[in-house]
Structure formats: structure tokens, C-alpha cells
Design a protein around this ligand. Structure first.
Ligand SMILES: [Mg+2]
Length: 187
């Protein structure tokens, strides 16, 4: 199985929370972070929602007020991202190909200013794409639980299976980290 070939440390997030709303963004701002690259599906909205909820827009606006630049970075097809962004003035990219760096670099080009890697946070609900992508690119990684599992696509379900194995590996090799991050609460 593929998980045996992968380095465990590359799959450990810096933080893990149940939802996007549980992240302490003020604290992250104080630590010097300025850019939030966030996943879309099951991180901000579910697969069956086409447009942002009022709650998520309010949240993104509050992050902007705090001083963050927010960019959506999604592996889903571009029309999906367009539909989400249409009524907003947020920027984002589809086909990001996380965990590869190509999409991350593209997303960072959409910010108004230039930032260094230690100012960037990547947030997402998947270990194999979002967290691995962030860690490969050496930026701060935050894992959240998926909002709703039922409507996930087939390729996401495959990634989930590998993730379960990877979580077991983290638990056996890095138990202290596993406990500190509360990864037993991962769903
Ligand atoms: Mg996702």
C-alpha cells in the first residue's frame, strides 16, 4: 500500500479542529500569518451546496477585517469554484492539483501583496491533499473535519481510505503528536 512509502511527518498537520469556525484566527494573525489558502469542498461548504452560505461569507469577511488575504484553492473543476466565487469578491483557483505545489504557487499569485512562506496557512479537510500539500510546500497546515461525508466523490473516498492507514501510522509512530492534536477526533 502507498501509505507505507510515504513519510509520516509530511502528513501531520500543525493544527486540527472540528470545523473551520473552530480555528483561532486572531492568534494566527498575532503569530504573523497573513494569507489563508483554503480548500472549498467539505471545508467551507458541502459538495451539494453551489454557492457560499451567509455564515461562511461572514466568516471570510471577518478574516479579511482581521488583516488576512483569503484565496480559495480547490482540486475540483473550475466551474465549481466560479459558482462559489460569483457573488463574492474573493479569488480562487480550481484544478489546483494538491498535494502538488503548482496550484499553491498559482493561488499565491492572486494575493495583493507578496508574502513569504512563513506567512501562509493552508486549510482543508483532507490529509492526503491539503495537509500533505501544505507540508510539502513548507507552510502552516490546518486540518478540519469534513462538513458532510455522504456526498463525497469517488476519488475523495479513495484518499480517505489511504488517510485511515496514514492516521494509524501517525498514531503508532508519533503518538505524542497524535494525542496533542486530538487526532482521535478525526472523522
Ligand atoms: Mg475538501
Amino acid at each position: 500500500m502507498i501509505h507505507k512509502l510515504l513519510k509520516t511527518k509530511k502528513f501531520i498537520p500543525n493544527e486540527f479542529h472540528d470545523t473551520f469556525f473552530d480555528i483561532d484566527f486572531e492568534n494566527l494573525y498575532q503569530k504573523g500569518y497573513r494569507v489563508i489558502l483554503t480548500d472549498l469542498d467539505n471545508t467551507l461548504i458541502t459538495y451539494d451546496e453551489l454557492v457560499p452560505t451567509e455564515k461562511i461569507i461572514k466568516k471570510l469577511d471577518s478574516l479579511r477585517k482581521l488583516g488576512f488575504e483569503v484565496v480559495i484553492i480547490s482540486n475540483n473543476h473550475p466551474p465549481r469554484i466560479k459558482s462559489f466565487l460569483k457573488e463574492t469578491d474573493y479569488k480562487g483557483i480550481g484544478n489546483a492539483r494538491k498535494p502538488l505545489s503548482v496550484g499553491i504557487k498559482k493561488a499565491l499569485k492572486l494575493t495583493n501583496h507578496t508574502y513569504s512562506k512563513d506567512q501562509v496557512i493552508i486549510i482543508g479537510d483532507q490529509l492526503m491533499t491539503d495537509v500533505y500539500g501544505a507540508n510539502r510546500f513548507s507552510v502552516y497546515s490546518i486540518l478540519v473535519n469534513p462538513i458532510k461525508r455522504k456526498t463525497e466523490k469517488w476519488y475523495t473516498k479513495i484518499n480517505r481510505k489511504i488517510e485511515v492507514k496514514m492516521l494509524e501510522k501517525i498514531k503508532s509512530k508519533e503518538l505524542e503528536k497524535y494525542n496533542e492534536l486530538n487526532l482521535s477526533k478525526r472523522v
